[in-house]
Design a protein around this ligand. Sequence first.
Ligand SMILES: [Zn+2]
Length: 436
Amino acid sequence: MNSTLIRGGHLLDPAAKLDAPRDLLLRAGRVAAVDAPGKLDALAAREHAETLDARSLIVAPGLVDIHVHLREPGQSHKETIATGTAAAAAGGFTSVCALPNTTPVNDSVEATRWMQSPERQALVRVFPIAAATRGSLGEAITEYVALKSAGAVAISDDGKPILHDAIMHQSLAAAARAGLPVIQHAEDTRLTQGATMNAGALAFRLGLRGMPAEAESNIVERDIRLLAALQDSRAHLHVAHLSTAKALEAVRRAKRNGLHVTCEVAPHHFALTEEAVGQYDSHARMNPPLRVQADREALIEGLLDGSVDAIATDHAPHCVHEKEQEFERTPNGVLGLETALGLSLQVLHQKHSLPLSRVIALLSAQPAQLLHLAGRGTLAVGSYADIVLFAPKTMWVYRAAESKSKSRNTPFDGWTLPGKIHRTLSEGKTVYSSGS
Ligand SMILES: [Zn+2]
């Protein structure tokens, strides 16, 4: 039988409220048993299980990233589903949700199915997020029920926010009926024409046009008003890569008022500020942009107090030649899959004392629950054997040149981070091993 024993590790499974030494027996891609150290030895021997030594390692659910750009179909010079999921595996992720701003835009059942087909050679599970409107043009909503049947787990026009109130209202109502969350990239693009970084003194000094915090918070507040007016308890609004204190305050208020509003924060927004733009460093250009220290601190506070529901990377690969241009000409986005765990451990656990189990929950259990990814984000018996083994205190150096991604656009090249990943298993199969 195809079984594996993970022996001697410390299990962190926030969904099952487990934070203790445990052995795990995996069988046919699922978790078959979880028990005290040594208790599964006899059973594993009978099954001729392969044994993985997890002594001094944390055994956690494979991480779940609800915001990645895998660039296929259409932009395979930047990334493919195969290379993007290899980067995911190297970063401890076993489930990734792919945004639809591909070429063509994923607004169809066919594209949603294409992304999940075995020919894509994904190393970890890919869950498509389908476009909210045809071609993400913000005009006519797509077929949410059919897209859900084809495997879409949410709908979003990420990168092209839905500005028209009537269309956003229709989208929220139709998604509520279909049982899908609407993920909004909150940006009032009427306020951000030609802007390439955060608005403020630094943008002024660099001679760059800036994006004000209000461009984000205005849309978050508008969306919350539309959600409240809908009066449908099934409706779920999720704010993508929230970056400002002001927008976070709006989400907090909505939660207090009992609305189903959730949000995610990207590691670069809690690890860096706009100062990283320095002298026009294109690896510090993304959308939403890096903000000021007060925003960064507010996001960290939101992660600590539970107002932020998930950490999501917004992994956005671009070719070297695309990023090696004048700052204003370079595309938005940075890699994120391989540095998310390390940055989260460094900033949230080491600097701000967030318990390890809470960091893992933000990276696995909570995002999985948010998008209803059944059997993911937990290691309870019966769930998928999606597992990451890592040494939380072991420091390692991130080298962009060694990235599994096709691209190299990261502001974290050469950073020393905690949390060395030893192995990642997707449905019981090793998909990454550090080889040491
Ligand atoms: Zn994105």
